[in-house]
Design a protein around this ligand. Structure first.
Ligand SMILES: Cc1cc2nc3c(=O)[nH]c(=O)nc-3n(C[C@H](O)[C@H](O)[C@H](O)COP(=O)(O)OP(=O)(O)OC[C@H]3O[C@@H](n4cnc5c(N)ncnc54)[C@H](O)[C@@H]3O)c2cc1C
Length: 430
């Protein structure tokens, strides 16, 4: 009989676990090291801190991330709900005011009579049911305990800079939605061919911080620093974060050669995130090189981009498809540490773990259906894989539709319908 659970780490995953368990009458002791200690990426005191982008990716249910959100909504995700309450305009993406979001979740945790908060850096795992949700930047001495128990792997993850809105040169920048679809939420910074070529040369030759501390192969493809992406070829950025297609400058009526997009960072709209410009350049180089983009020539940096080592366990070897340790049955791992990759994936793994712990109240945890995105992520991280790397929500991890559907939109719709039906059946049977 489960009546008390220890959750270590009040991040995206840990907060979802704690709030879901408390909602179901289970007492939680939530251990969080902030504000006593913080990782190099965490700067705030509140829980559920987004360390990098303020975007939780697409909200369109016919995308992999939108589908995962639709599933989480059905399962009553507390953290996703809070994110939706703090949304800032970002086209079809769900982006949030990170301070409001953290405050909201923190208040909900603090006001729950069933959640007791313990402020300390955890140094071990107790005997009771324990969820380790300390994230990719787990602080010592727990990091060593985890490494001994599970073995740990790592890759590198970079943050994008944030600039103040008033410092963006509005003579150059313009608001527009790609192909004019939806609201003009993004601020676009155009470059002509000459400006782009000069910017490109400066970017690939700019001085990087800790240039030798990581190998190229250790960089996660989805979080690749802009300078590394640029080094793949002169046009790599024009097909990536600086894609100009569908963006007509209303001041000139022309399409630019390359465009950097800025996304609102907070509800007031006084800060902007450089979309896709995660970087490991030295701070002075960020000012110099990004300042070659005309709209950013006098940019004031509220936060510079930085790179961090990102740790995860060798999940296929050590956890099952309920995120439960194969060796120590009282221990669950949730969040990025468990081998899922991304904010919403971390929330989803937290929701899965909470549901599995609630399952222990009845009998054994029951894996979530594999034809849902949330279940497919759990299946992926727990399936044997000699080259295991953290996994984002994507259609490739779902079983194919049978019989196959050629049209992409119809196929995605069928996958979404199948997932929602499976989740409803799962909910009826637990
Ligand atoms: C630099 C960087 C940038 C990233 N950028 C993005 C991005 O832009 N988009 C995206 O989708 N994903 C991004 N990620 C990946 C991932 O989605 C986030 O790290 C996400 O916050 C993971 O959620 P989590 O709950 O697992 O961990 P976290 O949100 O990091 O929460 C872990 C919590 O545990 C606490 N903690 C740590 N050690 C201890 C301890 N010993 N005792 C007690 N408490 C402890 C921490 O203070 C923290 O509050 C990034 C990761 C990194 C490292």
């Amino acid at each position: 009989m489960v009546n008390k659970v220890n959750v270590i780490g009040a991040g995206l995953a840990g907060c979802e676990v704690a709030l879901t368990l408390a909602e179901n009458g289970v007492e939680v002791e939530l251990t969080e090291c902030k504000p006593l200690m913080r990782s190099a990426a965490h700067t705030e005191d509140g829980f559920c801190e987004l360390v990098c982008s303020n975007s939780l990716k697409s909200n369109d249910p016919l995308t992999a991330h939108g589908m995962l959100k639709a599933e989480l909504r059905l399962l009553g995700s507390h953290v996703l709900k809070a994110a939706e309450e703090c949304a800032v305009p970002a086209g079809s993406a769900l982006a949030v005011d990170r301070k409001q979001f953290s405050q909201k979740v923190t208040e909900r945790i603090r006001s729950s009579p069933l959640i007791k908060i313990k402020t300390q850096a955890a140094d071990g795992i107790g005997d009771g049911i324990t969820v380790i949700a300390t994230g990719p930047l787990t602080l010592p001495p727990l990091d060593r305990v985890i490494s001994d128990l599970f073995g740990s792997l790592h890759f590198y993850d970079a943050e994008a800079p944030i600039v103040s809105a008033e410092s963006v040169n509005m003579e150059s920048a313009f608001f527009a939605a790609r192909y004019g679809k939806g609201d003009s939420d993004y601020l676009n910074c155009p470059l002509d061919k000459e400006e782009y070529e000069a910017f490109y040369e400066a970017l690939v030759t700019a001085e990087r911080a800790d240039a030798h501390s990581f190998e190229k192969r250790e960089i996660f493809e989805g979080c690749m620093p802009v300078e590394v992406m640029a080094s793949r070829g002169k046009d790599a950025l024009r097909f990536g974060p600086m894609k100009p297609v569908g963006l007509t400058n209303p001041k000139t009526g022309k399409r630019a050669y390359a465009v950097l997009q800025l996304r609102k960072e907070n509800a007031q709209g006084d800060m902007y995130n450089l979309v896709g410009f995660q970087t490991n350049l030295k701070f002075s180089e960020q000012r110099r090189v990004f300042g070659m983009i005309p709209a950013l020539k006098n940019a004031e940096y509220m936060r510079y981009g930085v790179m961090h080592r990102n740790t995860f366990i060798d999940a296929p070897k050590v956890i099952d498809d309920c995120f439960r340790s194969k060796k120590q049955k009282n221990v669950f791992v949730a969040g990025q540490l468990s081998g899922v990759e991304g904010y919403v994936e971390s929330i989803a793994s937290g929701k899965s773990v909470a549901l599995h712990i609630l399952g222990l109240l009845r009998a054994e945890p029951k894996p979530l259906p594999r034809d849902t995105m949330i279940g497919a992520l759990a299946a992926y991280v727990s399936t044997e894989n000699a080259d295991f790397q953290p996994m984002n929500a994507n259609y490739g991890i779902l079983p194919p539709i049978d019989p196959p559907i050629k049209d992409k939109t119809e196929r995605r719709q069928a996958m979404l319908d199948r997932a929602i039906n499976s989740l409803k059946k799962y909910q009826e049977n637990i």
